[in-house]
Design a protein around this ligand. Structure first.
Ligand SMILES: [Zn+2]
Length: 248
């Protein structure tokens, strides 16, 4: 049946791009459709929730095949599910031809179902979860995608105390300069000169300046950072949960 043939995972078929990437900026990260408002990431909340739900369903399969990390991405024609398993450094790539008019979430559900069926078939036959896992992994293509494209990276993004920067009329660049302490001090001196109560300045404003100055100095000594794990432009399973593509 031609329909069934098309639905088989097309691992590394000629023409299937190995370097899959998710929608660019201005396209919905869950379905790829162009966005009305380019500053948003999804066409609708329902669209995002649907994909997240299907990804969560796929997580059961990922656990069953010993997944350590995985990525999910799609183009108009294909889906790619790249998997790194525990104890191996190879990437197992599953490709799936998309159905016309279907959302990536629906196509992902079909891929997950197909692979899950294979897992259960082997498990029933061999009574071994391990063999079932390797049977499914045997359906994937390897050596197409380097490990670095699937292993999530830690991204440290500083929490910039923007309120205090505004008060001292500093930019966030000043905080990341070679010597932020000097920049903060001279900004404080500059503003304090303008607002000093002895020079007809506003006392409340002066207190605010001083507080901003102390807070920024403390920040410069020990910056608050936020640690996120993920990958740019790909949905990423980090071993615990799926995280959306990081937008640079
Ligand atoms: Zn969408």
């Amino acid at each position: 049946m031609t329909h069934n043939n098309q639905q088989k995972p097309v691992a590394g078929e000629p023409g299937v791009p190995a370097l899959h990437r998710n929608p660019r900026k201005g396209e919905c990260q869950a379905c790829g459709l162009p966005l009305q408002n380019a500053r948003r990431k999804y066409c609708s909340r329902a669209c995002r929730e649907k994909l997240v739900y299907k990804l969560d369903v796929a997580t059961n399969l990922l656990r069953a095949i010993h997944t350590r990390y995985a990525t999910f991405s799609f183009t108009g024609r294909t889906l790619a599910l790249n998997v790194v398993v525990w104890g191996a450094s190879e990437v197992y790539s599953f490709f799936w031809e998309r159905e016309a008019g279907a959302k990536p979430a629906d196509d992902l559900a079909r891929l997950t179902e197909e692979l899950g069926r294979e897992w259960w078939r082997k498990q029933n036959q061999s009574n071994s979860r391990h063999q079932a896992a390797w049977h499914v992994l045997g359906m994937a293509k390897t050596r197409l995608v380097p490990l670095g494209q699937v292993r999530p990276v830690s991204v440290y993004s500083p929490r910039v105390p923007s309120r205090y920067l505004t008060v001292l009329k500093l930019s966030s660049d000043d905080l990341f300069s070679e010597n932020p302490g000097v920049a903060i001090k001279s900004a404080f001196r500059r503003q304090a000169h303008n607002h000093h109560p002895d020079k007809n300045g506003d006392a409340r404003m002066f207190r605010e300046l001083h507080q901003a100055y102390m807070e920024l100095l403390a920040w410069a000594r020990d910056p608050l950072v936020r640690n996120r794990q993920g990958l740019p432009q790909k949905w990423c399973y980090n071993g615990r949960r799926w995280v959306p593509p990081m937008v640079p």
